[in-house]
Design a protein. Sequence first.
Length: 453
Amino acid sequence: MNVAMAETGEKCADQVGVAARFHPESAPDFLPLRQLRVVQLQRLQAIVRRAYERVKLYRERLTQRNITPEDIVTLGDIAKLPFTVKADLRDTYPFGLFASPMEEIVRLHASSGTTGKPIVVAYTEEDVKVWSSVMVRTFACYGLHRGDIIQNSYGYGLFTGGLGAHYGAEALGATVIPTSGGNTERQIMVLKDFGVTAICCTPSYFVHLVEKAMEMGIDMKTLPLRAGIFGAEPWTEAMRKYVQQHTNIKAYDVYGLSEIIGPGVAAECECQCGLHVFEDHFYPEIINPETGEVLPDGAEGELVLTTLSKQAMPMLRYRTRDITSLVSEPCGCGRTIRRISRISRRSDDMIIIRGVNVFPSQIETALMGIEGTVPHYQIVLTRAQGLDKMEIRVEVTPDLFSDKIGALETLQKKLGYSIFNITGIHAQITLVEPRSIPRSEGKAKRVLDERKM
Ligand SMILES: [Zn+2]
């Protein structure tokens, strides 16, 4: 199969004139569609069986609907399967959705959930290989190859961004510099002195790097840097324009989420017009977020993903809450896999700050645990020099407000600590007078996002 796919891929690549940049791992990106659908169906049948046989939650849900793995006869039958949502990961915390015994699991990652507990994800050795492979295909989309020097400024740790990009860049044969996040001046020194040709980080952090470099008297345009791999938060065309004006890079979008695998679910190609979904591993659907109905390609709705090959933790029809549409028209790069349009918003209230997922419910949990506050608060997001700031405005009880300054300061510290404990973000806490936060008739406007670009 692999040899056949590689041959097909090479032929297609020749046809579009990108043979010079073609990487054998990218072969599935160029498969004739009929062949791709056969691969997807075989994998879907196998993964539904695996989930059914090994994960209690899936078995119960399929049984409730009178479905067995044998009912998956065509790709369209995927619509018979129940959705999986983030709360399912929380409710089965930590290991309840694993389909492999711990002896076969080689890695765990975690990301923030809707309450204090994180969600935990697992990988077998095979899963890590697939992850590296889709990251190789991601880098290949951007025209990167052996010989490139990639600075990886995504955070290393429980967050999937750092190690996901790292393994992929190594598998590509490129040179990886694992700078991780933070220490901006050192990041710029490395960029400049090591001849870095590509950088992975959140787009807002890159804007910060550009501005800091200017302050340091370094013109980014004089550096060999030519590609930016920006993800882990939504960003706009305005930001792309800014970045491409101030540097010589092409700024590329990359999409992924820990629940599915991490970064490497979808990536832009040189055409920069939508992100190709590596759909031989991640089957995409677009649904109406209100009704759950599957929408045709081109229609805007919520992205739902099914992992077709994930062994340790299969996800059946996972609701991402990201709003986008599927693009099936042929792409100028010659890839046959479909694209999703850039994600600009979500169907829930999750906010992303410096690449970290934060839910207003987490802030609420933090506030509720502390006496002296009332449940009226507002989250204000701003961005200065490319760095996101989170301010929490909290109303305090009238008696506390008329109290001595000392009590308010103690409360402020307690709140800051409690919010950091739950979200991992240092927020600025502003205590405000009782009844000073506007009340609303319907859903309270909890989040004021004043970040420009
Ligand atoms: Zn393309």
